[in-house]
Write a protein that binds this ligand. Structure first.
Ligand SMILES: [Zn+2]
Length: 270
């Protein structure tokens, strides 16, 4: 029964260091092994800060089982403020799970993360926060196509997280989820979701609070916290996740640049 923090360090075959900051809360009573990962995209700060906040909040006296939290899964990206990718090899880690022990840096990193931390989980929650080019509505994704029980538990996790948009994805859908952290866990029979709150690389307290509300409720659902989960508010459920790709090169803005300028920037030389 305790709270611990540690830096788990490994090395790639090329002897490069791979470090995961891990925070663990061991509960007084037996219960599930719940794993939370954040910062697989190292500049998505609402997810990272929510991971740290929930660690500070959880009381070993009150929880059942163990909560293991990787607060920053892609430390190289965090340290270099890289959007989406791991700067060592330019790969997006959330496309390469379960990785490989003898690939490039990202392959090795995600393989270590899965094999040493995630693979023993009963539940897995992957926190994201809207990178610099993402102005997002909060949403949760869960994978379907593993087995009926895992699909159902993943869907229940997604439901109880309570974000207003809920999307089921598959390995062969319009946006194939193969290689993502949550889909890989589900394919290994670990109920899992990815939750995204925040946007344009900002750290807003409202976004962190929304994440924390969802985390607490999913911990209740899993039996880590003893209260029953609260029924969430209105959720729109989608069966498809479509990414649009432009056939031409250019710059896209959801609002016109002149609108953005007139609304948000005051003249500085008057
Ligand atoms: Zn992300």
């Amino acid at each position: 029964m305790k709270k611990t923090t540690e830096l788990l360090e490994f090395h790639t075959p090329e002897n490069e260091s791979v470090i995961f900051p891990v925070a663990t809360v061991e509960g007084k009573s037996p219960g599930p092994h719940f794993v939370i990962t954040a910062g697989i995209h190292g500049a998505e700060y609402p997810g990272i800060v929510s991971a740290i906040r929930i660690f500070n909040e959880l009381d070993p006296e009150e929880i059942h089982g163990t909560v293991k939290i990787v607060t920053i899964s892609s430390l190289k990206a965090f340290e270099s403020r890289s959007m989406f990718i791991c700067p060592v090899d330019g790969k997006n880690p959330n496309r390469y799970f379960p990785g490989s022990p003898d690939g490039t840096y990202t392959d090795v990193m995600v393989n270590l993360l899965f094999e040493h931390i995630i693979s023993s989980a009963d539940y897995h929650l992957d926190l994201h926060g809207g990178d610099m080019v993402e102005k997002l509505e909060p949403f949760t994704l869960y994978h379907t196509g593993a087995d009926a029980e895992t699909d159902q538990k993943s869907r229940e996790m997604a439901y109880y997280y309570g974000l207003p948009n809920l999307i089921a994805t598959t390995s062969d859908g319009t946006w194939p989820d193969r290689g993502s952290n949550y889909a890989n866990s589900a394919e290994h029979k670990i109920p899992a979701i990815i939750t995204e709150v925040g946007g344009i690389g900002q750290l807003e307290q409202d976004d962190v609070e929304l994440h924390l509300k969802g985390i607490r409720n999913v911990l209740r659902y899993a039996g880590v916290l003893k209260e029953p989960p609260a029924a969430p508010g209105s959720i729109t459920e989608y069966q498809n996740f479509v990414w649009l790709y432009t056939p031409v090169k250019g710059i896209f803005s959801a609002t016109s640049p002149s609108e953005t300028t007139s609304r948000k920037i005051k003249p500085w030389a008057t």
